[in-house]
Design a protein around this ligand. Structure first.
Ligand SMILES: [Zn+2]
Length: 396
């Protein structure tokens, strides 16, 4: 008879040391095994011990746990939050709130399946997102799912409109006036859902964290049921607002992509960037157009084709990853321009692209020209300009 899966619990507690949290796991699976951080982000786990003995982290994000351990615990070294961008997916301490990132702080047993729940045992914490379920526990997402982000002491604001429920979780109550208007944000989300042909009820939850820096970045993070974005305390010019909206709408597009089959990274990122920018144009036409312009200009920095860069990224070289956000946008904008010459539009094909596109091993969309009904000449010219330049070789 098969034994029922182990119910592993993570208990997170405060520590007397500043910016440190303690995690205890119980019960520890008696067979031991490899404990791993599931997403490729910088580890914040320190001082992991089994029955009091320190286990060395080797390689980064991985610990070998022996059999029959009774007491397994570690510390999370929180970063001072305001200098950390949301896209880094780190656990951070803000003024009165904490963002806990599962990807950097909560390693899981790779080969042991079973419900895994996180329990926050911190008397000073009033509100927890996501709300704990039965037995005060929050489920850890599986290995292939977006990472878990736990927001402690954030303030919640919600707005509903038709199928959409938009929730803002604020690290500081007072920051609300600095963020994009929720009604405007919903306008962009609605447009995205229409163009991606999603007709179900959809919850968009955005965790907002203050960022202290010169300017806002162009990436946030998509977690399980939550999108993360930054805001600046110092300035909120229209272009800053447009950037904040862009980050949310880009991440929201990733959420909608989960209704469709998995796609190569370059497709996921380039479509999210292109449609995120288009959605900003719906809300703020002038600023949206200048963002579209900026991304297309930045595309010129990348001489290699998107397929070559995609192959490098797959092998772990992310040095030209930004091409997906820029050259990728330029690619889809040019495809749209080509379609417009025959009074057509990319928007009308988005659902087909998301549901019917086929790829080879290099991430080459082998039937895109057929889906779009492009002439051979137009297709070859788009390919040479954006996907694989004349002096590059196909790898597969
Ligand atoms: Zn993205």
């Amino acid at each position: 008879m098969a034994t029922p899966p182990t119910h592993i619990g993570y208990s997170i507690e405060e520590s007397i040391e500043p910016n440190i949290l303690t995690v205890r796991m119980s019960p520890v699976p008696s067979q031991g095994g490899i404990l791993t951080l599931t997403h490729c982000v910088r580890s914040q786990v320190t001082n992991l011990t089994c029955d009091g003995e320190t286990i060395i982290e080797r390689p980064e994000g991985s610990w070998s746990i022996p059999e029959d351990v009774k007491d397994l615990r570690w510390k999370i070294q929180l970063k001072e939050g305001k200098g950390v961008e949301a896209c880094e997916q780190q656990s951070i301490k803000l003024d009165s709130s904490i963002l806990l990132s599962g990807g950097s702080s909560l390693p899981q047993f790779k080969d042991i399946y079973g419900p895994e729940g996180v329990r926050i045992s911190m008397p000073t914490v009033r509100t927890i997102y996501p709300e704990p379920g039965q037995s005060q526990s929050i489920a850890l997402p599986g290995f292939s799912k977006p990472p878990l982000f736990l927001l402690l002491n954030f303030t919640e604001r919600t707005l509903k409109d038709g199928l959409i429920t938009l929730t803002y979780l604020l690290d500081d109550e007072k920051s609300h006036s600095l963020l994009p208007d929720m009604g405007e944000n919903i306008k962009g989300l609605k447009w995205l859902m229409e163009v991606a042909d999603i007709k179900t009820k959809e919850n968009f939850t955005v965790g907002w964290c203050e960022y202290v820096g010169e300017s806002l970045g162009i990436s946030g993070a998509t977690g399980s049921g939550i999108l993360l974005a930054n805001y600046l305390l110092s300035k909120t010019s229209p272009i800053d607002k447009a950037l904040m909206l862009y980050v949310v709408l880009h991440e929201a597009f990733h959420q909608l992509q989960t209704y469709y089959p998995d796609e190569p990274t370059w497709i996921q990122e380039s479509l999210a960037s292109y449609y995120g920018t288009r959605a900003v144009e719906v809300i703020m036409p002038e600023e949206g157009a200048s963002l579209m312009d900026r991304f297309q200009k930045e595309a010129d920095r990348f001489r290699k084709g998107l397929l070559t860069i995609h192959s490098a990224v797959e092998k772990g070289d992310r040095s030209e990853y930004a091409a997906f956000y820029t050259k990728g946008v330029a690619f889809w904008a040019e495809v749209d321009k080509t379609l417009r010459t025959r009074s057509d539009s990319l928007d009308l094909y988005l659902k087909d692209i998301l549901s019917r596109m086929e790829y080879d091993q290099q991430g080459d969309p082998v039937n895109l020209n057929r889906i779009l009904n492009l002439s051979q000449e137009a297709w070859l010219s788009l390919r040479a300009q954006f996907l694989l330049s004349k002096d590059e070789k196909k790898l597969f």
